[in-house]
Design a protein around this ligand. Structure first.
Ligand code: F0G
Length: 467
């Protein structure tokens, strides 16, 4: 059979509230054109994030009842620890309430004003946590990773030549090297095993630990199986174990590839770092056998980690993301190629060439998708990355809109509806106007900034020509 079906059926449903265009135009205006400000039940198809939005399985819901809420030494912790170590054999596994809490503890331990931390591309919370210590976060993805239209099987790879030069020049200031798998900010693109191995070899030469930001490790492993020579016959589980065998630690948001709604962890081999991390954990998260989580959350993660490496699930997951990407390409919508694991990224700079990067073309597209069909996507461009640490503004490398697909939540007809909305937005793309920011916080501004539409595009272009 060629049809790749959802390898599950639905036992419990959530209603969707269908809204009219007039209602949506009012609601987005009231939300200051920031999609994070919308009430989620005013959204029809929510592709804001794949984080914490997974549908849990019957086995996970059953696991919740098994959750043991003892303050210390809960059996749920030990089941969680065993499930993590089955895939990621680190000595110390420290639960946190989500990924950024693990990042906060790790950067608190290793970073500081003189430090420089390279990665393929840091996710925004990782970058913010590094910068909050006064350290510098450096992105060294391969050049293809910055070119949306350029197809490459492992576009998330670290540029190993640049990493080598960087370590030669700054090695003494580099406490850790990070690798984000898959590279979310660069389009959900995978990192090859050869690249992980290569990064590790350079780290060893300079005696620097390698830490994986591993939120989407299973999707990364499936890409390795499909695309990298020598891995086609290996099980995803074995590939996952090999990925982590090259690392000295990991940060994890369980809200992605552990198929749960909350949770994360920090895992390390180094005993002294782990001891200090647990001390910090107690200050802000909780006792080391629960971190920021309830025992039932730990149970759900333990089951989720078994389900995520199921290859029928991963085949369906990749096929459904690809289905959306290919349909958008057929319409003429430029996307980041190849399609990533958890999301389709639209190249808003190419779709809306009449807008300058600092007119926020990604925001313009995201707002248009909401008013047209109640679809919520996420700008990943100059709104998210344009503000510099000194408060100035620079265009980001790319102006993208991410449509992230929650795991096991939407069916193919939901995705067909998204495709139809795109047909309409594409037809009137020349009419979309830009946006300006009227209010913003100093950090992570995309979550709370207020926007105002600038003049309709035609007027806008005319004024720019005049001035
Ligand atoms: N690292 C990566 C690569 C991520 O994608 C995220 C979260 C985090 C770290 C932080 O984890 O949210 O549990 O604190 N990404 C979400 C997203 C928010 O929508 O891509 P967290």
């Amino acid at each position: 059979m060629d049809t790749i079906i959802e390898p599950f059926r639905i036992k419990s449903v959530e209603p969707l509230r269908l809204t009219s265009r007039a209602e949506r135009e009012r609601m987005i205006r009231d939300a200051h054109y920031n999609l994070f400000n919308l009430h989620a039940d005013d959204v029809i198809i929510d592709l804001l994030t794949d984080s914490g939005t997974s549908a849990m399985s019957a086995a996970q819901w059953a696991g919740l009842m098994r959750g043991d809420e003892s303050y210390a030494g809960s059996p749920s912790y030990f089941r969680f620890e065993e499930a993590v170590k089955e895939l990621m054999p680190f000595d110390h596994v420290i639960p946190t309430h989500q990924g950024r809490a693990a990042e906060r503890i790790l950067t608190g331990l290793v970073a500081g004003p003189e430090a420089k931390i390279p990665s393929n591309t840091h996710f925004d919370t990782t970058r913010a946590n590094i910068e909050a210590t006064g350290a510098e976060a450096v992105d060294l993805v391969i050049p293809a990773g910055r070119r949306p239209e350029h197809a490459h099987p492992f576009k998330g790879n670290m540029d190993l030549d640049r990493l080598e030069t960087f370590l030669d020049e700054h090695g003494a200031s580099v406490p850790i090297v990070m690798l984000t798998v898959t590279n979310n900010t660069g389009g959900g693109q995978p990192v090859s095993m050869a690249n992980i191995r290569g990064a590790k070899a350079l780290c060893e030469k300079h005696d620097v630990p390698l830490v994986l930001d591993a939120c989407r490790f299973a999707e990364n492993a499936y890409f390795i199986k499909q695309r990298e020579d020598g891995y086609g016959d290996r099980s995803v589980k074995r590939i996952v174990r090999e990925m982590f065998s090259h690392a000295d630690g990991m940060t994890m948001s369980a809200k992605k590839d552990a198929l749960v709604n909350i949770g994360g962890w920090l895992a390390l081999d180094d005993d002294a770092w782990a001891r200090e991390a647990r001390n910090q954990l107690i200050l802000t998260e909780g006792f080391p056998t629960y971190g920021g989580l309830a025992g039932r959350d730990l149970e759900a993660i333990a089951v989720g980690l078994q389900e995520i490496v199921d290859e029928d699930y991963l085949e369906y997951r990749m096929a459904s993301t690809r289905y959306l990407g290919e349909a958008l390409t057929d319409i003429g919508v430029p996307i980041v190629k190849p399609v990533g694991g958890h999301a389709v990224y639209i190249d808003a700079r190419r779709l809306l060439p009449h807008l300058d990067p600092l007119d926020y073309p990604g925001q313009a597209l995201a707002v248009a998708l909401y008013t047209t069909g109640g679809i919520r996507g996420c700008e990943i461009g100059s709104v998210m990355f344009g503000r510099q640490p000194d408060g100035s503004e620079e265009p980001a490398d790319m102006e993208l809109v991410r449509l992230a697909i929650p795991r096991r939540v939407y069916t193919q007809s939901h995705i067909d509806y998204v495709i139809e909305c795109f047909e309409e937005v594409y037809a009137r793309r020349d009419e979309l106007c830009g946006y300006e920011i009227t209010e913003e916080p100093p950090q992570l501004r995309h979550f709370t900034a207020h926007f105002r539409p600038t003049a309709p595009a035609a007027v806008h272009q005319a004024t720019q020509t005049e001035s």
